[in-house]
Design a binder for this molecule. Structure first.
Ligand code: VGL
Ligand code: ZN
Length: 216
């Protein structure tokens, strides 16, 4: 059992947006199923929570459409390293980029928008994919006395995994609540899908993988 300490624990709700759900531009299988699970955490478990929102301008360089001849899920070399290309998604101001309308937003103390820079993707809530541009989240959390983050949302293998790894790198404890997340699971060059790779990376980084049933 994991006992929640309301003074130092916070729930991190990652990219719970229709753009990542069935019917959206970059659908994650079962992405809509986690909304009631997360609402239960927001309303009955955690007193403190924040959310992130993927928030891209049109023509964002993580979009395959911005690279002539490329297709979604191709990998290209960017100045900051390899970048998976995606269908156009999370367009600033579009209906599908809003937080899911059923999410209990009244419980959120802060909403962080990321991926606004046209030339750099930002999976992590802490820093853009160039690893150089901080979002300021670590300082915001420290100012509030947060020591441990519990992650839920989309997608397990991208924005959740990168955020949880960066949380540990920034000195926080990180727990990913896997049944409150769904993953993309895109096939990799070595035959291992991104969900397998992401879980192994998180474990190696010191992130705890748990289910919501472990919460006391
Ligand atoms: C995400 C791919 C591209 C995510 C965002 O929220 O995991 N994945 N943009
Ligand atoms: Zn994105």
């Amino acid at each position: 059992m994991l006992q929640i300490d309301q003074a130092t624990d916070m729930l991190a709700v990652i990219d719970v947006q229709p753009t990542f759900m069935p019917g959206g531009e970059l659908p994650v299988v079962g992405g809509d199923e986690i909304v009631p699970v997360i609402n239960h955490l927001l309303c009955n478990r955690f007193r403190s929570a924040f959310a992130t929102q993927d928030w891209h301008p049109r023509g964002h360089l993580s979009f395959a459409s911005a690279h002539p001849g490329a297709a979604p899920f191709d990998v290209v070399a960017m100045p900051y390293g390899p970048q998976v290309l995606w269908p156009d998604h999370a367009i600033q101001g579009s209906l599908n980029a809003a937080l899911h309308p059923g999410l209990h937003q009244d419980r959120l103390q802060m909403i962080l928008r990321k991926g606004c820079n046209r030339s750099i993707d930002s999976y992590s809530a802490f820093s853009e994919n160039d690893r150089a541009t901080s979002t300021g989240l670590a300082e915001w959390l420290r100012a509030r006395g947060v020591r441990r983050l519990f992650f839920c949302g989309l997608a397990t293998d991208y924005c959740v995994a990168w955020s949880a790894e960066d949380a540990v790198a920034s000195g926080f404890e990180a727990v990913v609540l896997e049944d409150a997340c769904r993953g993309i699971g895109s096939p990799g060059p070595d035959g291992r899908d991104s969900l397998t790779v992401g879980r192994q990376r998180m474990i190696a980084a010191g992130v705890a993988l748990q289910d919501t049933t472990a919460l006391g």
